[in-house]
Design a protein around this ligand. Structure first.
Ligand SMILES: [Zn+2]
Length: 258
């Protein structure tokens, strides 16, 4: 009996241990060529710029105190967002820009690959979702999106910040998040050291169509102005902090019970 319990506990632990997931592009061998990944927060509104920048820095600090330092670097600049760097921005046309539901999606992390690397990324915050106007929630959203940036997809552990639904209230990173990030960072460093090149790199013509839900969607087929700089593949990972506004409002402790 005792053995059975130990076995079941081990099995459960193992399943929990496997809860985090990797984004499709990361699984396919794409990675950032170096750390830290520098992000610039851009906004025309000075107050909002300050708020998002502070929250993004908090989010970085949260990951870095438990994992490794120097993964992301956050700066800010007042003005209209430019499209050729790693940016974090607020969008009042979120639905139109991303094709995602404004009522259920809090933000999205989009990664673009070039050759074997993730060349650029963008975190777009849904400015029309009421939850993003609460700093506490927006902070959680940014922690979640930064996880996507380095290759973590949605976790099966409902208590993880990388779960597809936002943690409200949020009590900090779950060990599943830490294990997942630990893995992606170590694996990225391993690829950096050996100069790994995915067999899928620069085969720009193949487009994997994934269902537009929580996951990773390769949008390279839909990028306009083709022919720019050697086939950048926009990879859209539904950074959904998501779903939930409603679910979260109805049961604020969702995810803490199981
Ligand atoms: Zn997400």
């Amino acid at each position: 009996m005792k053995k059975l319990l130990v076995f079941l506990f081990t099995l459960m632990s193992w399943q929990q241990a496997m809860a985090y997931r990797l984004t499709e592009d990361f699984s396919n061998g794409f990675y950032w060529s170096s750390f830290p990944v520098s992000f610039i927060v851009m906004d025309t509104d000075a107050n909002r710029l300050q708020m998002i920048t502070n929250l993004a820095k908090n989010a970085v600090q949260e990951w870095e105190t438990s994992i490794t330092e120097g993964l992301w670097n956050i700066t800010s600049q007042q003005g209209s967002p430019s499209s050729n760097r790693n940016i974090i921005r607020w969008s009042t046309k979120f639905g139109k820009e991303t094709g995602l539901s404004e009522s259920t999606t809090l933000a999205v992390a989009i990664r673009y690959t070039k050759g074997p690397y993730v060349a650029r990324a963008e975190i777009i915050i849904n400015g029309n979702h009421p939850m993003n106007s609460f700093e506490e929630q927006l902070n959680t959203v940014l922690v979640h999106e930064l996880g996507h940036i380095l290759g973590l997809d949605h976790s099966d552990n409902s208590q993880a910040v990388m779960a597809p639904t936002l943690q409200v209230p949020y009590f900090g990173l779950h060990w599943d998040d830490q294990m997942g990030m630990d893995y992606t960072v170590n694996e990225t460093k391993r690829r950096q050291v050996i100069g790994y090149v995915s067999p899928l790199a620069s085969s720009g013509s193949t487009t994997e169509e994934s269902p537009l839900s929580c996951g990773t969607v390769d949008m390279s087929g839909g990028s306009s102005g083709g022919g720019t700089g050697g086939g950048m593949n926009p990879i859209l990972s539904l950074g959904f902090g998501l779903l939930l506004a409603l679910a979260a409002l109805k049961s604020p402790f969702k995810g803490r019970a199981s």
